[in-house]
Design a protein. Sequence first.
Length: 211
Amino acid sequence: MADFEKISELMQKGKADEVKQLCAEALEEGVAPKDVLDMALLAAMNIVGVKFKNNEVFVPEVLIAARAMNFGLEILKPAMVDDDIEEIGKVVIGTVKGDLHDIGKNLVKIMFEGKGLTVIDLGADVSAEKYVEAASNENANVIACSALLTTTMTQMEAIVKAAEDAGIRDKVTIMVGGAPVTQKFCDSIGADIYAADAATASEKALEVCTK
């Protein structure tokens, strides 16, 4: 049978081609794609997330593990569509209007995907209207907004207001984060969750989506 631990270890080391090959072999052996996803790829990303949070690994290691995970997903996705696997939850993510920084946002996206969440990435410089429109169209559970500048983080309040105006405020959880953002700021604008780092953001988003 498929060696989930081996796949997990290789993924953490960023051995993308080997991860892809072992995922393909697992499917050929008749292992359910969801089992490979949960027990190998997501389990590995979870370990990477914890290590990242504890400063045991850094951004480059997270990126190579994420790349290896995507190689594995390439193999699993067609089989998962055939199996009609239910998605856990959906998150709309972006960096707020006027802010072009996306490294932090991209890391959070990787961690969200590492929890098995579906992510709609709007990129950088995203208006409040665009967040809300995407959340509405996609029936998203979470809107995650990132800002790296004190001058742009005020845009987050506009996102909360736009969600209220669109009538979706009670249907969507608004998460905020980024270097200048604090719990106090989150509370002051009426957002729901503040996350200090990518790993915490993913844990909190998963919590919301599985409630």
